[in-house]
Design a protein around this ligand. Structure first.
Ligand code: FES
Length: 680
């Protein structure tokens, strides 16, 4: 008796025998092979493309003849003529298995394909979005068997896609009947299935095959900036990324001043909620326009934010977060209607997922960083710092993960700096100071040349040098220290003390002149004593938070440091260590994870299992509350020195020489201020 043909799918290696004439898509489904389809095998979506391989495959024990699959049929020919199929490709729903065959499923045809992340980390995101498209043929109404159009649509989804039941809201019901009739009873529906189970929801409907795609927004809602990534829910590709300033800044620069605003002003919380919701809605509309995408096709949003932003986004007064025991209204993840968060410009049925918070001061942004960096899978002890207005800090490995949040303030983002600005073209982002001549050179965003290279002025263009951003001020302060222009306490010396005319008096202190374009009507960019104090406060808070976690873990050293945050990618590890922002580790053990919170948001947007995972993991993370730990203040004060008053930095000593200079002027104003505690 002859055996049925054998089909072997690659890369999965799944194999089985099927009667001759079985469509490749049917065989793939029976074997559980990851082969996509939106049209359910009608030959119109092209998602099921496969690449048959011919010849001998000793590894699989198969020799594939030229006639192993049925010949091209009219559907494939039509598709090829209209859209074009890549050479060697077939439509899996049309090609039938006739003899033994090896079939490759290319990455773009896999439902759970991996999207390679752009950041240094190699881990890929597996596609498993909550919302998917399905084409269905709906039975026409029959007077003798009366039933509603929606009920027949639900029955079709059950029969054709195995979705047992669906629900929808009123705004969709109004669109259902015209879509069904226009599509001649063939429609595409977007179905959202929560990772928590429950009845899936139909979020949208289109006549016939919808080819306009589906999109989601991953939103990183920070205290200073709001960043959004518009992501294709089919391919995982980021179609546009954009950011705006958080308008709540007018109510207070840092988190605690916003909590104070809510405490002092009746209705202040509602004012801040309205401001941030409006800004997010505007950002959503802008980013869709930038990508040339119909905003109504955005059907999912994911939010990551710190606890205060979290509460203000949700319309909850953050007053409890300003005082011990820092109780959150809710710490669990939330699944909501995006319109309830004021998102009016995207699909009216779009869903919103808010990641869980870890603790009263350790928010969903830290959870997103954890989701992106997975410290629980680390073999060695990793310290992950997400540098922003608040630093989210995680320390851990396979055995245990700890987390805290430290109030760094906005200095690392260029705020509270005399010539500070956001990272934008024209901002100084890198600085070098010659230790001999004490002369600076720098690079600005948008230009690859250094300021002392020929053609710099022309390359920078008419906008010129406009200010200094976070990474620029960090490098400038570290370079001042390495060039002997500033001492370990953070004091800039006078021209007489340093031998540099760039050290100019400013009140009772001194400032370093980095760039003077006043002759041409441009700015005078200085690094002032006040700037250095702001950076000292920020870096001390960061270091103290990290040390607190190390104390809890009972270690004095970590194996590696991961810098995350919107500008984490731009911080030079050497300069961060000269400044004493991070503990001493071999320089090659300091890596950048880019915008890890944003990446975590994207992972949660594209993968339902990741949502379930982070919901579980947050309960396993040990939370450390910096505001009530007595040792925080102790660590903070010791960390004011550059790089540190007492912790040795042996690894740093191998890479940088820090001159032993002292410029004590005895002025009261030179003493570092103690950081304001977060307890209001
Ligand atoms: S499943 Fe849609 S074209 Fe084959």
């Amino acid at each position: 008796m002859t055996q049925d043909p054998l089909v072997v799918f690659t890369p999965s290696g799944k194999r089985g025998r099927f009667p001759a004439g079985t469509p490749v898509l049917t065989a793939a489904r029976r074997l559980g092979v990851d082969l996509d389809s939106v049209c359910g095998g009608r030959g119109i979506c092209s998602k099921c493309q496969v690449a048959p391989a011919y010849g001998a495959f000793p590894k699989h024990g198969v020799t594939v003849a030229e006639d192993a699959l049925s010949e091209w049929n009219a559907v494939e020919a039509r598709y090829d003529k209209k859209r074009g199929l890549k050479p060697g490709r077939r439509l899996g729903c049309q090609a039938r298995i006739l003899r033994d065959v090896v079939i490759d499923v290319p990455p773009e045809s896999q439902v759970h394909r991996q999207v390679v992340r752009k950041s240094a980390a190699v881990r890929a995101i597996e596609m498993d979005p909550a919302t998917r498209l399905h084409l269905v043929e709906v039975a026409e109404p029959d007077m003798h068997e009366p039933s509603g159009d929606f009920e027949r649509l639900a029955a079709a989804l059950k029969d054709q896609w195995g979705i047992p039941a669906v629900t929808c809201d009123l705004t969709l019901l109004g669109r259902l009947q015209p879509a069904l009739r226009k599509g001649n009873w063939q429609v595409t529906v977007a179905v959202h299935s929560s990772h928590r189970g429950g009845t899936p929801r139909v979020l949208d409907i289109w006549p016939g095959l919808h080819e306009g795609g589906l999109y989601g927004l991953a939103i990183d809602l920070g205290s200073t900036t709001i960043a959004a990534h518009l992501t294709d829910l089919d391919t995982g590709e980021v179609r546009a990324s954009s950011g705006i300033m958080n308008p709540q800044i007018r109510f207070g620069e840092d988190l605690m001043s916003r909590v104070s605003y809510a405490m002092m002003n009746p209705g202040g919380d509602a004012e801040m909620t309205a401001a941030v919701r409006q800004a997010i809605d505007l950002l959503a509309a802008e980013i869709a326009a930038e990508a040339g995408i119909e905003p109504g096709l955005i059907v999912e949003t994911v939010f990551v934010c710190n606890p205060v932003m979290h509460h203000l986004l949700l319309g909850i007064d953050p007053v409890e977060l300003g005082q011990a025991p820092f109780a959150l209204a809710t710490s669990d993840s939330l699944e909501l209607e995006a319109r309830d968060l004021g998102l009016a410009s995207i699909s009216p049925r779009a869903r919103a997922y808010v990641l869980p918070c870890i603790a009263g001061h350790v928010g969903a942004d830290a959870a997103a960083v954890a989701l992106s960096e997975e410290p629980w899978n680390s073999e060695d002890l990793a310290l992950i710092v997400d540098v922003g207005t608040n630093a989210e800090i995680l320390l851990g490995d396979r055995s245990r993960v700890l987390a805290c949040s430290s109030p760094t303030g906005p200095a690392f983002e260029g705020a509270q700096i005399s010539a500070g600005q956001r990272a934008a073209p024209g901002a100084i982002e890198a600085v070098r100071i010659d230790p001999e001549t004490k002369e600076p050179r720098f690079r600005v965003i948008g230009c690859d040349l250094w300021s002392d290279e020929p053609g710099f002025a022309e390359a920078v263009g008419a906008g010129g040098v406009t200010g200094i951003c976070g990474s620029g001020i960090i490098e400038a302060v570290a370079e001042l220290r390495m060039a002997g222009l500033m001492d370990a306490s953070g004091l800039i010396g006078s021209a007489a003390q340093t031998g540099s005319a760039r050290c100019v008096p400013e009140g009772r202190t001194h400032a370093y002149l980095l760039h003077d374009a006043t002759a041409a009507g441009g700015p005078r960019i200085m690094v002032t004593q006040g700037d250095i104090r702001a950076i000292q406060l920020a870096k001390s808070a960061l270091y103290a938070g990290a040390r607190l976690l190390m104390d809890q873990r009972g270690v004095d050293r970590v194996d590696r440091v991961v810098l995350a945050g919107a500008f984490g990618a731009h911080i030079s590890p050497l300069h961060a260590m000269v400044l004493g922002m991070i503990p001493d580790v071999p320089l090659e053990k300091v890596t950048s994870a880019g915008n890890a919170a944003g990446t975590g948001a994207r992972i949660a947007l594209l993968n339902r299992r990741a949502r379930a995972e982070i919901e579980r993991r947050v309960h396993e993370i040990t939370k450390v509350e910096t505001a009530i730990e007595p040792r925080f203040q102790e660590h903070f004060v010791a960390a004011n020195a550059i790089p540190h008053a007492s912790d040795p930095f042996p690894e740093l000593a191998m890479h940088a020489r820090l001159p032993e200079v002292g410029f004590n002027t005895g002025g009261e104003t030179d003493k570092p201020r103690r950081r304001r505690r977060r307890t209001a």
